[in-house]
Design a binder for this molecule. Structure first.
Ligand SMILES: CC(C)(COP(=O)(O)OP(=O)(O)OC[C@H]1O[C@@H](n2cnc3c(N)ncnc32)[C@H](O)[C@@H]1OP(=O)(O)O)[C@@H](O)C(=O)NCCC(=O)NCCS
Length: 162
């Protein structure tokens, strides 16, 4: 049950695209009034038996590392944790002050997952998904556990760098 974390390359485009469709209904990924195209961003993958089972895309700017995607096809094996650890090292090497990300109010599992790994809630944007749907109308109305997807939450983890 072991997997290896490495950088996403052009050869991974098809598998990564399938994962982006599976988890985000394809590109773009909309967060915080912005449309991100993960296929143009740096990313990390987790590979088990030759198959990509996890992805993480990120963007580094202004001493902040923004996590744009994180997804695991084999939950509970440590894939998400190892991808987060790997991007934290990259962000520290790039002298970032913090890791940031956006999630939605329905994603209770992710909210727990990130907070157990040192992330703190920093902002709530009630009703933000109305604006996101103007950019990407295919964002579903109902999310995890039948919860209406309405709001964005921002989380951050400070890095020891600075
Ligand atoms: C959030 C996510 C990336 C975590 O990935 P993962 O590979 O399961 O991560 P890990 O195995 O490192 O840890 C998962 C945690 O959930 C638990 N868990 C996850 N899936 C589980 C399952 N099916 N059964 C039991 N426990 C599970 C693990 O025990 C672990 O618990 P902990 O936080 O107390 O340590 C994954 O659930 C996912 O892809 N979710 C859908 C996409 C998503 O919402 N991404 C975040 C967008 S902001």
């Amino acid at each position: 049950m072991s997997f290896i974390i490495s950088t996403i390359t052009q050869q991974d485009a098809e598998s990564v695209s399938k994962m982006l469709h599976h988890f985000w209904g394809g590109e773009p990924v909309v967060a915080h009034d912005m449309a991100f195209n993960p296929s143009n961003l740096p990313g990390l993958k987790a590979v088990m038996d030759g198959e990509i089972i996890g992805i993480l895309h990120y963007q580094i700017g202004d001493a902040v590392c923004e996590i744009i995607t994180l997804a695991s096809l084999k939950e509970g094996l440590g894939v998400g944790s190892r991808l987060l650890e790997a991007v934290e090292i990259i962000a520290q090497d790039a002298r970032c002050r913090k890791l940031c990300l956006t999630t939605t109010n329905d994603n209770l599992h992710a909210l727990g997952f990130y907070q157990r790994r040192g992330f703190k809630l920093t902002a709530l944007y009630p009703g933000k998904l109305d604006q996101s749907r103007k950019i990407k109308p295919t964002i579903p109305d109902i999310g995890e556990g039948g919860i209406p997807i309405r709001d964005e939450l921002r989380l951050e983890k400070g890095l020891e760098n600075n």
